[in-house]
Design a protein. Structure first.
Length: 265
């Protein structure tokens, strides 16, 4: 499987021949085990890319530096600007002397941004940027063609499903899922490497499951509204009745996105 290695326990160390995960210590119901910081490099190369340094946690950032073992960071890439992925980017850039590239100019450091279709080539490692708006307006995924693996940020998680954040859009997200499903089939993708949770070895199956889940939720919301629920809170109490109440605020955020989508149909 092109060097794919999936851990039995936890996401720490998950990856492929060219990607390894270092887990940030920010576990929560929203971040699962924590944020996955990805170090990308061609085997044996002394120059690397780092994707999503994670939160502004000095211990985690220095642990990533230690893991580099003297290798140079050419660029820091952000899957999107949410603080659990980007909060430590500026400090990490200071530690390693590298620019930070992102779609959103507010999160860049050093000038150059990122956009759909960009190709990054560092010491023989090729990374292709895929625009994947939906979870947030600035979400990006990163395709590693040599490993046939896709870094998905928060677009696809390694456990559970993704919340549509206030700066995201469900219509965009559904289009993104269709795009990634077609891409996975066309390329013969072997792995999804998410921003939280386990690495996933069945990209097509996972993406089919994500699409089916979204469609089911929309049907459930239609039924809840037909039964008299009007506010997002009332809909959450019906549709997410079996979900831990600590997750209801996130569920309400997703319901708002789904209501906005249904109103535009």
């Amino acid at each position: 499987m092109s060097g794919l290695r999936i851990p039995v326990h936890g996401p720490e160390g998950a990856g492929t021949a060219r990607a390894v995960n270092l887990l940030a210590p920010n576990a929560s119901p929203m971040t699962l085990d924590g944020t996955n910081t990805w170090v990308l490099a061609e085997p044996g190369a002394q120059t690397v890319l780092v994707v999503d340094p994670g939160p502004d946690d000095e211990g985690h950032l220095r642990r990533v530096v230690s893991h580099l073992d003297g290798r140079r960071v050419a660029q820091v890439l952000l899957s999107h600007g949410h603080a659990d992925h980007s909060g430590g980017a500026r400090r990490f850039a200071e530690l390693v002397g590298a620019p930070v590239r992102a779609l959103d100019p507010r999160h860049r450091l050093g000038g150059e941004g990122l956009s759909d279709g960009d190709v990054i080539d560092v010491a023989g490692l090729e990374v292709r940027v895929v625009g994947t708006p939906g979870h947030s307006f600035d979400s990006l995924c990163f395709w590693l063609p040599q490993d046939r693996a896709l870094l998905t940020g928060d677009t696809v998680l390694g456990g559970g499903t993704t919340v549509i954040a206030p700066d995201g859009d469900l219509a965009d997200y559904l289009r993104t899922l269709d795009l990634l499903r077609a891409m996975a089939e066309e390329t013969g993708a072997l792995a999804l490497l998410p921003g939280h949770g386990q690495a996933l070895a069945d990209p097509i199956g996972v993406l089919d499951g994500y699409v089916a889940h979204r469609r089911r939720r929309l049907d459930q919301i239609r039924r809840a509204r037909a039964a008299g629920a009007r506010t997002p809170k009332e809909i959450v109490e019906i549709v997410y009745a079996d979900v831990d109440r600590s997750l209801w605020p996130a569920a309400e955020m997703s319901v708002r996105a789904q209501l906005g989508y249904l109103e535009r149909l």
